[in-house]
Design a protein around this ligand. Structure first.
Ligand code: HPA
Ligand code: ZN
Length: 328
């Protein structure tokens, strides 16, 4: 099944570009900027990756970003990911970035988007991997700061497909950002949001995301299975769910394979993604392999997961159809 997964044309829809910062690039960027890291090599960096919850992961994730400072840094980060994507036969990716994690350290918004966008252009031209950016707001910071970020993004809107919401969910429900997402929609952005797995008030957060915010997609959203009304709403609206099994394993102790099986059986548009692969040590192929193994998936199941993914992309219909035809 590994070979089948390797050859399958794939789509990645839940990937934080800052979560693709591999230890080797971290060391290279630290050297570029004369930053003394307290690690003598990639293995030492990895050995410090100890997390068993979303907050314990996020602490390490934000700490790691300090080496990202200039436009070429963001270009190199994006390019390193897209090379990996090309190696795994990822044909198309929608890529989250967290501008507030950089602007709060004094890195200008334009530096971040210029570097990432240049990487995306070269990724398509040189590697044949098409991609788009999704800008995420940090939900554990004030809504006013998210609104400022939204306004700062408008001059760059032609390079951003939509907006999302990530970081620590505890006490930070979708409703906190209702005005920000309403404005984003009015400005023409598509909307998605993390509804992380097994959070407090998880089903209420999913309800708000669907009914109060009107999202176009849900990131994770596994707990929707606990409420038949949410399942019905997701089905009626054709909403996609971007599930990340290896990430789930780290932050909740379970890959949630059983729930993925149930989503497939219910005919929901569930997809398999990698979240923060440099930290969770699995890109999309490894995530698919874990689920294929745990659920004894057939080739048809794996093709369906990719069909779901291409179907819920934020691409024009004719482009989607082109990718879907590759799966026939
Ligand atoms: N969950 C929430 N926020 C995040 C994550 C995640 O897995 N990765 C990066 N920001
Ligand atoms: Zn995520």
């Amino acid at each position: 099944m590994k070979d089948f997964i390797a050859g399958l044309p794939k789509c990645e829809l839940h990937l934080h570009i800052e979560g693709t910062l591999e230890p080797s690039l971290k060391l290279e960027l630290a050297e570029r900027h004369g930053i003394a890291l307290p690690y003598d090599g990639p293995d030492a960096i990895r050995a410090a990756y100890r997390f068993d919850s979303l907050p314990s992961f996020l602490r390490i994730y934000y700490e790691g970003m300090d080496v990202l400072r200039t436009e070429p840094d963001f270009y190199d980060l994006g390019t390193a990911y897209l090379r990996k994507a090309a190696d795994q036969n990822v044909r198309y990716a929608e890529i989250f970035f967290d501008p507030q994690a950089h602007t709060s350290r004094g890195v200008p918004f334009a530096t971040v988007i210029d570097g990432l966008h240049r990487a995306l252009l070269d990724g398509e031209r040189l590697l044949g991997v098409r991609s788009q950016l999704i800008m995420c707001f940090l939900r554990d910071r004030p809504a006013g700061e998210a609104m400022d970020t939204l306004l700062a993004s408008l001059p760059h809107q032609d390079r951003i497909a939509g907006v999302g919401l990530d970081s620590d969910e505890k006490g930070n429900p979708p409703a906190k950002f209702a005005a920000v997402f309403e404005r984003a929609r009015r400005e023409g952005y598509l909307l998605t949001m993390h509804c992380d797995v097994d959070q407090d008030d998880a089903t209420e957060h999913i309800r708000q995301a669907i009914h109060d915010i009107g999202v176009d997609r849900i990131d994770h959203g596994v707990n929707a299975l606990e409420d038949p009304a949410l399942i019905a709403a997701i089905k009626d609206r054709g909403l996609g769910l971007t599930v990340c099994p290896i990430s789930n394993g780290y932050v909740t102790g379970s890959t949630k394979s059983t729930q993925i099986r149930r989503m497939l059986d219910l005919g929901l548009r569930v997809t398999i993604n990698s979240d923060d692969p440099a930290y969770f040590m699995g890109y999309v192929a490894e995530n698919l392999a874990v689920v294929a193994d745990e659920l004894e998936l057939t080739k048809e199941d794996l093709v369906l997961l990719q069909r779901n993914a291409f179907e819920i992309t934020w691409l024009p219909r004719d482009v989607k159809d082109g990718y879907l035809a590759e799966l026939d």
